[in-house]
Design a protein around this ligand. Structure first.
Ligand code: COA
Length: 258
């Protein structure tokens, strides 16, 4: 890969977008590399959780690459949006927890990638926004759909229609991020949170994520039916037997890992 660095730290996979001179802007190559990377990591039984971050101290991802967007017409504009949406959907659908470590600017497509992650943590210097209208376009990687679902349509419309970014503290206040850390502490703190997740049952993590993700598009009744079905599925696993046995025997669970 040219624009993405993949590192492993035990069961954690750290995916770093690495175009710091362009503030990690997403060109076609970077999107394709990220897409392949998330696909590969999601299928890897030895990976417990995925952390997505950006290279350098200035930017997480400063959006889609504007030099590419500037050349697009109707059809390739739609194709660009679909490629970005496919990547955000792949992140959302991953059976692993995906955490965004937002280490600076998360603008446009950068915020849209973060919105597809399960949890978002920002460095204190981060700025998060959807500035597309200031470029004469609209968000196209899922921002118009995921941002209002996360923070409510009033706050989302203010961000989308003004194009103004919010600070990390404001993002915490409106529920856009789960926590804020100093720049040097960000990655280590996100790794600690991800490590806690991977100490739990991996099938339970995958099915709990699925229940929340799929359930958010359903009626309460259908969502509860889904939850009961998935509860039935998890109840048939050796992981469940080990989790229960460990509690009753007053020991830590010894999960089977791939
Ligand atoms: N696409 C392509 N290149 C980008 C980019 C993007 N989204 N964001 C930043 N860059 C490039 C700049 O063109 C510049 O390249 P250069 O050195 O070859 O001229 C480099 O990254 C550094 O950016 P610069 O603008 O000089 O940094 P800054 O500190 O003055 O400003 C930002 C930082 C984030 C405020 C500014 O880069 C910006 O507004 N970027 C665009 C954000 C955006 O609109 N994203 C949504 C796209 S849909």
């Amino acid at each position: 890969m040219q624009n993405v660095i993949l590192e492993r730290d035990g069961q954690l996979a750290i995916v770093t977008v690495n175009r710091p001179t362009k503030l990690n802007a997403l060109d076609d190559q970077t999107i394709a590399e990220l897409d392949g990377c998330i696909q590969q990591l999601s299928a890897d039984a030895a990976v417990g959780a995925i952390i997505l971050t950006g290279a350098g101290e200035k930017a997480f991802i400063a959006g889609a690459d504007i030099t590419v967007l500037a050349k697009q017409g109707v059809l390739d504009g739609r194709d660009n949006a679909r490629r970005g949406q496919a990547l955000t959907q792949r992140i959302e659908d991953s059976c692993k927890p995906v955490l965004a470590a937002i280490n600076g600017f998360a603008l446009g497509g950068g915020l849209e990638l973060a919105l597809a992650c399960d949890l978002r943590f920002a460095s204190a210097n981060a700025k998060l926004g959807l500035p597309e209208v200031s470029l004469g376009i609209i968000p196209g990687y899922g921002g118009t759909q995921r941002l209002p679902r996360l923070v409510g349509s009033g706050v989302a419309l203010q961000m989308i229609l003004t194009g103004d970014p919010v600070t990390a503290d404001e993002a915490l206040r409106i529920g856009l991020v789960n926590g804020v850390f100093s720049q040097p502490e960000l990655l280590v703190s996100v790794k600690a949170i991800a490590s806690k997740m991977v100490s739990r049952g991996s099938n339970a993590l995958a099915l709990a994520k699925q229940a929340v993700r799929r359930g958010s598009h359903m009626s309460m009744q259908d969502g509860l039916a889904l939850e009961a079905d998935l509860f039935g599925v998890i109840s048939s696993t050796t992981e469940m037997k080990e989790g229960m046995a460990a509690f009753l025997e007053k020991r830590k669970p010894a999960w089977l890992r791939g």
